[in-house]
Design a protein around this ligand. Structure first.
Ligand SMILES: NC(=O)c1ccc[n+]([C@@H]2O[C@H](COP(=O)([O-])OP(=O)(O)OC[C@H]3O[C@@H](n4cnc5c(N)ncnc54)[C@H](OP(=O)(O)O)[C@@H]3O)[C@@H](O)[C@H]2O)c1
Length: 237
């Protein structure tokens, strides 16, 4: 089983929200080193000597290459960085749709391909991908399509990397109490609890984390007829 205290972790989007909480709990569980990465590295708290702040914009190939070169001892990657713009899938202007795909899909693809060789060379380890309940249900937003694509990529990462000793874990959750959904008035999971579940799952050798009732209900609903998930579009009989 994987033990967090053996890990040299690399977290994307560590400036705030879930990423910041991931850094905190990785340190609490004894991680040997945490590369806490952010678009602006000065936002990272380096009071704990095990934290290495690195500049990383997941949409910038040069930034990804430099951060990967600075972390040759990495054993654990957390693909956490993400954005939501409010773009709709049928927007004629696709600027924000493409921006979401660059960050939420191509970003983790690029970061994973840059870091996976080191993780494998260091004896194997962990990739934790932060998905959403919205990977599996649409409300018409572009965000959901990026999270569905990323979820599919995670399955591909797993096929490629599991034989090389890498545990690839996907985490799904509904609303979480972070800046991303600050304007939304709805029940929200606590990032503290979500990270605790993620790290427990890694240590238990699991591959998927359904961190709240919403994600559990959405996944269970996938086996029902499509009209049950989208009753508003069921054909009239
Ligand atoms: N909050 C929710 O309800 C919810 C639910 C399900 C899943 N998620 C997912 O959880 C993950 C964390 O989100 P959060 O809730 O913690 O949101 P958040 O508080 O808005 O934080 C997002 C993080 O991503 C970083 N980021 C954005 N674009 C980036 C880029 N191009 N390169 C590097 N870092 C970038 C941000 O950095 P800056 O400080 O530089 O902006 C920030 O650290 C995301 O993947 C999100 O999709 C969130």
């Amino acid at each position: 089983m994987t033990s967090i205290d053996q890990q040299i972790a690399f977290v994307t989007g560590a400036s705030r929200g879930l990423g910041k909480e991931l850094v905190t709990q990785l340190l609490e569980r004894g991680a040997r080193k945490v590369y806490a990465t952010a678009r602006d590295a000065s936002t990272i708290n380096t009071t704990d000597g095990r934290v290495v702040a690195l500049q990383l914009d997941v949409t910038d190939a040069g930034s990804v290459r430099r951060a990967a070169e600075a972390a040759p001892d990495v054993t654990m990657l957390v693909n956490n960085a993400g954005i939501v713009t409010g773009a709709r899938v049928l927007d004629v202007d696709q600027t924000d749709i493409r921006r979401e795909f660059e960050t939420n899909f191509f970003g983790p693809l690029q970061v994973t391909s840059a870091l996976a060789p080191a993780i494998v060379a260091n004896g194997g380890g962990v990739v934790l991908d932060i998905h959403s309940a919205l990977s599996w249900v649409s409300f018409g937003g572009a965000y959901e399509t990026t999270k569905a694509a990323f979820w599919s990529a995670t399955n591909a990462f797993r096929l490629a990397l599991a034989p090389q000793g890498v545990q690839v874990v996907g985490l799904h959750v509904g609303y979480m109490d972070t800046d991303m959904v600050a304007a939304i008035d709805a029940p929200k999971a606590s990032p503290v609890d979500v990270v605790r579940q993620a790290l427990d799952a890694i240590e238990a050798g699991q591959l998927e984390v359904l961190a709240d009732d919403v994600s559990r209900q959405v996944k269970a609903g996938l086996s029902a007829p499509i009209e049950a998930m989208y009753p508003q579009v069921a054909p009239a009989v």
